[in-house]
Design a protein around this ligand. Structure first.
Ligand SMILES: Cc1ncc(COP(=O)(O)O)c(C=O)c1O
Length: 414
């Protein structure tokens, strides 16, 4: 079916023509060695292993044993889903508020994503909301740290241990953020990262899978980068599994390596600016900024978000966000589309029609996506965010942003 809606845009193109009074990520600040590393790739006649160099550098910076570089997080998590010993119809518990890239690999492997509701006042789920979703078919819990605010991982890890489940992370929005001093992406069995151009460590595209598990790392490389092929002596490649050619291009790796050299300092700055801006927003009557729990010891903030108090304003969140754009906040908008059980129309249809893998078997029970996550839906109805928050913010930008929000709030207050 061809939709009458226009196709989605991404990267700099999605922000083309945006103007306002606040900094935007584009043009990105580039690591000072970016050109040098790109030149190395070209001058070597494509013989230098820039992808391998980036993999080693990122693994060392995160303190993990393995990094498998891919063209994005969507492919990284697809490789993970393909490399794990899961069967069609197995259930994977996934954060309900996230990007499609979190679940694409699960869908391709005929796994069934199940979405617990969010915790109160949060875009993330919690051990309490996850527990009722665990069934005999659950195999794993995939935790997304939305906007960069970490999930409360210790209770989730403890719950998973009790039920024999794998925990892994989608750390796309929390690059080098910290939970109780531990780095995002190092808290579970494995994690996916994105380095797409809008992200905190923005390259042109890019992503990776990280893990401390030697056997899994080898399998992920064989499935994800070597197309499921082994070398048979005196013969050549034998494709013993259906794999992917998801290798990070060397030129992308050159940019990622340069961005890695500047990102940690930028994340510390993002943490300071996000905390300042959220505090200023909290002083505006009717504005309810995202809460940063104490266990978030470093907030690698990718986007700023707040709710407008229900019934306090004459306008909807969408109208409020549009007025913010007009008043100078580029990229302000709502985020209903992040609610996966609602946005995944393709899965709703299959589940309703009980078509494979929602037929029983391989599924074990009917799934109804539209009845999932009422709290998350209510939260997102009043939620406004701008993903154009970036490392270029200084205290005066936070003050200006809060001033604009205050003016729009005052103009629309009941
Ligand atoms: C939470 C989350 N997961 C996955 C993705 C997909 O990443 P990529 O574009 O690198 O495939 C994104 C990108 O926006 C994201 O925010």
């Amino acid at each position: 079916m061809v939709s009458s809606f226009p196709s989605a845009q991404w990267g700099a193109r999605a922000h083309l023509g945006e103007q306002g009074k606040l900094p935007t990520p584009f043009p990105r600040i580039m690591g000072p060695n970016a050109m040098k590393y790109l030149e190395e790739v070209v001058a070597s006649g494509l013989t230098c292993d820039m992808m391998g160099r980036f993999e080693k550098a990122l693994a060392a910076e995160l303190g993990v044993k393995h990094c498998i570089a891919t063209p994005g997080c969507t492919p990284a998590l697809a490789v993970l889903a393909a490399a794990m010993p899961w069967e069609p119809g197995d259930e994977i518990i996934v954060s309900p508020v996230t990007d499609y890239g979190t679940v694409q690999g699960l869908i391709s492997e005929d796994l069934i994503p199940v979405f617990p509701d969010t915790a109160p006042h949060s875009l993330n789920f919690s051990a309490e909301t996850i527990e009722p979703c665990i069934t005999s078919r659950t195999r794993a819990i995939l935790c997304v740290h939305m906007t960069g605010i970490m999930n409360d991982m210790d209770p989730i890890l403890e719950l998973a241990k009790r039920h024999g489940l794998v925990v892994y992370e989608d750390a796309c929005q929390a690059v080098f953020g910290e939970y109780k001093g531990r780095l995002a992406g190092t808290l579970g069995f494995a994690a996916g990262f994105s380095f797409d151009s809008e992200k905190t460590m923005g390259s042109d595209v890019g992503g990776c899978l990280v893990t401390n598990d030697d056997e899994f790392a080898e399998r992920a490389r064989y499935i994800g980068q070597s197309r499921g092929a082994v070398m048979k002596p005196h013969y050549g490649r034998l494709h013993t599994d259906a794999g992917y050619a998801y290798r990070m291009p060397h030129c992308t790796a050159a940019i990622c390596l340069a961005q890695l050299e500047i990102v940690r300092e930028q994340v510390v700055h993002r943490d300071r600016m996000a905390r300042l801006l959220l505090k200023l927003l909290s002083e505006i009557p009717g504005i309810l900024p995202l809460e940063i729990p104490d266990f978030v010891t470093l907030y690698s903030c990718w986007m700023i978000g707040f709710r407008i108090g229900p019934k306090q304003f004459r306008c909807s969140a969408e109208e409020f966000a549009n007025q913010l754009v007009e008043a100078g906040v580029p990229g302000a908008g709502t985020g209903q589309y992040y609610l996966m059980p609602e946005a995944l129309v393709c899965l709703q249809k299959k589940a309703a029609e009980k078509s494979y893998p929602y037929s029983i078997p391989p599924a074990s029970r009917p799934i109804d996506y539209l009845s999932m996550c009422p709290r998350a839906k209510g939260f997102l109805k009043d939620f406004i965010r701008w993903s154009t928050f970036c490392e270029k913010y200084e205290p005066e930008h936070c003050e200006l942003a809060a001033d604009i929000v205050r003016k729009v709030a005052n103009a629309n207050r009941r």
